[in-house]
Design a protein around this ligand. Structure first.
Ligand SMILES: Cc1cc2nc3c(=O)[nH]c(=O)nc-3n(C[C@H](O)[C@H](O)[C@H](O)COP(=O)(O)O)c2cc1C
Length: 307
């Protein structure tokens, strides 16, 4: 469902009039559609009303083998929700959001516009990052990300009630090994190759993701782990909001980002990550590589393991 679908003649503003709330929301929904999602499935649908927009989980975009409880689908929806909030703020509107579990009628969130506000430059820069961000699967430059930049990103994620754990060099190697184990375990699951074929377009002329652009963990320069203290349906949406905030803030700083989820898709590997990296204090939701963009145009790694 796009913003264009929502506009009708009765609600369109006259040329010189300020855009109506509905117009603002329609434009924001277009930007919300650029959020990252597992296998680029975009498992959300937006309904725009006169004063608010409602976010629904689109259960037709599910991957029962990769994401059996639709945890990652909800993370994608949370990212789309945060994109919409950023767009609305940049358009000069304060808003209130209410989250729901999605268990009833698949409604995950409602965002209501309240009062016009002065759009500040920081909000505009974050909104611009929506169009600049992309999931970078290439090797990153060897230039390190400064401790100050990582601390600022951690603070932004903390602000969303989610923790960003920066992992050490040794832990990155350990994670690469776990990632290979996860790939082997997942690859042997019944139905996994069919699911992968569906998204890589083995049976399709227009795939979600080209096969050669789906590696798992490959020589990460900086791998960070986002997590929450709890692991409920609403927590997953919140983790998605925090993920979006992390990615947009990093993009605004000129940093490249790449999401990797395979290790946390395999329950026994996720438990090891929770215990070893997070001291049992939370649940890992996704891994994110953060670094300075590399110079090569070649996609990182030939293994079509994950999307
Ligand atoms: C929950 C989640 C898990 C993801 N897992 C992976 C992954 O394991 N490997 C990968 O290359 N990309 C992964 N992605 C990134 C998507 O493939 C990417 O967002 C999508 O293809 C759209 O591309 P874009 O982010 O450049 O717009 C994930 C994204 C989300 C939200």
């Amino acid at each position: 469902m796009t913003g264009d679908d929502q506009r009708d003649e009765s609600t369109q503003s006259a040329p010189d009039a300020p855009p109506s709330k509905k117009d603002v929301l329609c434009t924001a929904v277009e930007l919300a559609g650029r959020a990252p999602s597992l296998y680029n499935a975009q498992p959300w649908s937006w309904k725009v009303n006169d004063e608010d927009a409602e976010l629904f989980l689109d259960a037709t975009q599910s991957f029962p083998v990769t994401d059996p409880d639709m945890r990652e689908a909800r993370i994608g929806c949370g990212a789309s929700l945060h994109h919409l909030q950023v767009a609305v703020t940049a358009a000069g509107w304060a808003h209130e959001s209410q989250l729901s579990s999605g268990l009833e009628a698949r409604l995950l969130a409602q965002v209501r516009l309240t009062d016009p506000i002065e759009a500040d430059p920081a909000a505009l820069r974050l909104a611009q990052a929506i169009s600049l961000r992309h999931n970078d699967r290439r090797p990153f430059s060897t230039q390190p990300v400064s401790a100050d930049a990582l601390a600022a990103l951690q603070a932004a994620v903390d602000d969303e009630g989610v923790h960003l754990q920066v992992v050490t060099h040794d832990d990155r190697i350990w994670l690469s090994i776990l990632s290979e184990r996860a790939a082997a375990l997942q690859g042997s699951r019944e139905g996994y190759s069919e699911e992968l074929a569906r998204v890589t377009g083995a049976n399709d002329a227009s795939p979600n993701i080209p096969t050669d652009e789906i590696p798992h963990v490959v020589s990460p320069r900086h791998t960070d782990v986002t997590l929450r203290d709890f692991d409920t349906h609403v927590d997953w949406v919140r983790a998605g909001e925090a993920l979006s905030r992390l990615l947009l803030n990093a993009t605004e700083r000129g940093l490249a980002t790449g999401i990797q989820s395979q290790p946390v898709e395999v329950a026994m590997i996720r438990i090891q990550i929770d215990e070893h990296l997070l001291s049992g204090l939370g649940h890992a939701q996704v891994l994110v590589r953060i670094g300075w963009p590399g110079t090569t145009n070649v996609a990182a790694g030939p293994d079509p393991q994950q999307g």
